[in-house]
Ligand binder design. Structure first.
Ligand code: ADP
Length: 307
């Protein structure tokens, strides 16, 4: 409503750490308003990208724009309009939620008492912590702490909210509540959710990217990416001992234990026979087939060849 045009544009961003690790290689992404999922395994480069977007570190190469703000050069301007919820969010255990939020609001530059009261009250209500506002943060559950982190991150009405691996350690109900909250925020801002949990992305993110070893392997509309795989994912319940032979013969993208047996998913554009049934693809299939090089990259290569 307020920022209808806001979007984040990342162009050819690379970062090599002093130890020689290429944490980001030529990353290019277009991130529109709404919830965007950045999915990848540990060590993929997600936090490096998040910290770079949050102006905590600089890329070696490339450019980043939030609307018309140059994120690399105009750090102060970005910080004015950025909310960042890091993986580990430290709080003072003996302070109440209300006092702590009020304190962060002062730091954010909301110096007028009356407007601060208004802002903190509205954020505590939005994050469903109003009833708990007098409680000390030390007694908060994991989910409450995360929601409090969102309240802090939302001070100053950011155009960009960055959330790094937020659902680890939340119980299922807390997780749903937390993700719904983010999705509400996404109605007016860019919300970038970095995670290694496929369900976090499949349930809420309209658009997504898959990153591995510092490279973007796939950038897509989440539903379209799943639809693209229709007719290409086949499954079979088998014994674990058959797995090596199946791997020789097929493009195995995942093998999961299912009540003592192994559910194997393979990628094949034609019926592979051999007792495989057509599976209804989901985002996990997109993720694994991209990570195993069966999807995403080959498509990209095709596009490049066409050009
Ligand atoms: P993710 O958040 O996806 O787990 P990171 O961005 O934390 O990935 O890490 C990407 C790669 O960069 C990893 O190989 C990691 O070990 C390395 N790395 C991260 N931070 C640093 C650093 N400050 N110095 C050197 N290497 C780092």
């Amino acid at each position: 409503m307020e920022n209808p045009q806001i979007s984040l544009t990342i162009r050819n961003v690379s970062k090599t750490y002093a130890n020689g690790v290429h944490a980001l290689s030529n990353v290019t992404l277009d991130i529109p308003r709404g919830m965007y999922g950045l999915l990848g395994p540990n060590g993929a480069g997600k936090s490096t990208l998040m910290r770079t977007l949050a102006t905590l570190q600089e890329p070696d190469e490339g450019s980043i724009h939030l609307g018309d703000i140059d994120v690399v050069r105009q750090k102060e301007e970005v910080r004015q309009t950025l909310g960042y919820l890091p993986q580990e969010f430290g709080v003072y255990p003996k302070v109440s939620a209300e006092e702590m939020l009020d304190y962060f609001a002062v730091l954010k530059g909301i110096t007028q008492r009356a407007s601060r009261k208004e802002v903190t009250e509205s954020l505590l209500k939005q994050t469903n912590l109003w009833d708990k506002r007098k409680q000390k943060l030390g007694g908060f559950s994991g989910g409450m702490k995360q929601r409090f982190g969102v309240a802090v991150a939302l001070l100053g009405n950011p155009k960009l909210l960055i959330v790094d691996e937020p659902t680890a350690g939340l119980d299922p109900a807390e997780r749903v509540r937390f993700l719904n909250l983010l999705s509400e925020v996404g109605e007016n801002s860019v919300v970038l959710l970095s995670t290694h949990i496929v369900e976090d992305v499949s349930e809420l993110c309209t658009n997504m990217a898959i990153i591995n070893k510092g490279q973007i392997l796939l950038q897509a509309n989440t539903q379209q990416a799943v639809a693209e795989l229709e007719g290409r994912i086949w499954r079979k319940l088998t014994d674990k001992s058959n797995l090596p032979a199946l791997e020789q013969e097929h493009q195995v993208i995942s093998a999961k234990l299912l009540s003592g047996r192994t559910m194997v998913h393979i990628y094949s554009e034609e019926n592979p026979g051999n007792g495989f049934d057509l599976a209804l693809p989901d985002l996990e299939d997109v993720y694994f087939s991209t990570m195993t090089g069966n999807y995403g990259q080959p498509q990209k290569v095709k596009e490049e060849v066409q050009l």
